[in-house]
Design a protein around this ligand. Structure first.
Ligand code: F3S
Length: 414
């Protein structure tokens, strides 16, 4: 693998141990994927930010890099942690986890990360431009960065994202190379779709068909929102290994169908039908009873517009006293929601705005057991997919309106 003189000096340790360690990780990674060179990276998003997922050994590695003078050279943000600092007692999270989480977050801060603790870092300022190389972890964020922003990132793990942050480098393979960014699979969307749930169902169906192939959507309406694209991408990355999609006339690398396919013909062509949508919904809507106890909105973390819409939908209504409604977002968005009065509206209705974590990053299995929850009701295809494994029970999956209505009535209208 070709290294510049500067990269060789990094690898030789001339710029200190953390950079040397980072370059060792980058060169091993690059050689295993046949990369010929490095690219300069300006933005990173750290997936290993939850102590529950990273563990003590991972935390000690991050602490070691910080103690030895490591400093991130990219704009680095962090994924959700294990707890909401303001709600951990109410949610039944142990103090031992809170303390370990604080140590890990402090180490990231010492390294120079913006510890925003969200899977939607693009809503809090980390938004690399078209063609900019990045090193992001968190599958839903990766697909958004590649597809909606047009940045170039592979799906990084904790150590490789950390190494890129320290060195400002990533091996040039996969999504960094323009020839790997062309569409392979054409999806004709001929029926009207809208909202988080319908875009999530579309993504969930197509992800399962696509595997690692890059899908190109034709027929997505031009007024599709960023939140709908967020839902589409996160679902694609849940049922498949998709890191990039194109939507013709909408996403930056797909001004035309020809551009989306790099001038080549699609390998596969499909039409998205009502039957496909029904199959995706049936696959995710696994709870058979109408029982509702834990209602969850915000996977991926809500934008300020989603929080606003939830606040509006709850106006003049009350969450059932035996239901817990989570609206999941970042502290940054919750702060803005407080400023706008949306947070007060949600809390007055009996909902909780839970920040900086999510059921996949917090000890939710123990929490659910303690609270006596039996099911989770959500509008998110990704959360509906993971909840059985993370929490141990099935989900109700439906539109945002239906999910909110179930929080009021404590009943799922199947
Ligand atoms: Fe974000 Fe957790 Fe969903 S990290 S994408 S809210 S599973």
């Amino acid at each position: 693998m070709f290294l510049t003189d500067q990269e060789k000096r990094m690898l030789d340790g001339e710029m200190g141990y953390p950079i040397q360690k980072g370059m060792q990780i980058m060169t091993v990674l690059g050689e295993s994927f046949g990369a010929e060179r490095m690219v300069n990276v300006s933005s990173s998003h750290m997936p290993g930010a939850s102590i529950m997922l990273l563990g003590r050994a991972g935390m000690m590695f991050v602490e070691e890099m910080a103690a030895k003078g490591g400093q991130f050279s990219t704009f680095t943000t962090t994924n959700p942690t294990s707890c909401d600092d303001t709600l951990w007692e109410k949610l039944g999270i142990g103090k031992d986890i809170v303390d370990l989480q604080a140590r890990l977050t402090a180490a990231y801060q010492k390294l120079g990360a913006i510890t925003c603790a969200t899977c939607t870092p693009y809503f809090v300022g980390n938004a690399p431009r078209l063609g900019e190389h990045a090193a992001w972890g968190e599958s839903s964020a990766v697909v958004y960065a590649n597809s909606v922003l047009g940045a170039r990132t592979n799906r990084e793990g904790g150590p490789t994202a950390l190494a890129s942050s320290l060195t400002g480098k990533a091996p040039a393979y996969g999504m960094h190379l323009p020839e790997n960014r062309c569409g392979k699979l054409l999806i004709q969307v001929t029926r009207p779709i809208s909202g988080i749930f319908e875009y999530g169902s579309l993504g969930y169906h197509v992800g399962a068909v696509a595997g690692q192939l890059t899908p190109v959507f034709s027929g997505i309406p031009s007024d599709v929102s960023f939140d709908e694209l967020k839902s589409l991408g996160s679902a694609l990355a849940t049922s498949g290994a998709v890191s990039l999609f194109h939507a013709v006339g909408i996403t930056p690398e797909a001004p035309t169908l020809e551009a989306a396919f790099g001038g080549k013909k699609p390998e596969v062509e499909l039409e998205y039908t009502a039957k496909d949508e029904r199959a995706a919904v049936e696959h995710l809507n696994l709870e058979k009873s109408d029982h509702v106890d834990w209602v969850y909105l915000g996977c991926p973390h809500c934008s300020i517009l989603e929080v606003r819409d939830i606040a509006r939908a709850l106006a003049g209504r009350k969450v059932h006293p035996e239901v817990e409604l989570w609206v999941n977002t970042s502290t940054a968005v919750r702060t803005l929601a407080r400023h706008m009065g949306y947070a007060a509206a949600i809390e007055e209705a009996g909902g909780l705005i839970v920040c900086d974590t999510c059921p996949a990053h917090t000890p939710s299995r123990e929490m659910a057991k303690k609270q006596g929850y039996r099911t989770l009701t959500t509008d998110s295809a990704k959360m509906a997919h993971y909840v059985a494994g993370e929490v141990g029970f099935p989900s109700h999956y439906g539109s945002t309106e239906k999910v909110i209505a179930s929080a009021i009535s404590k009943r799922w209208e199947g």
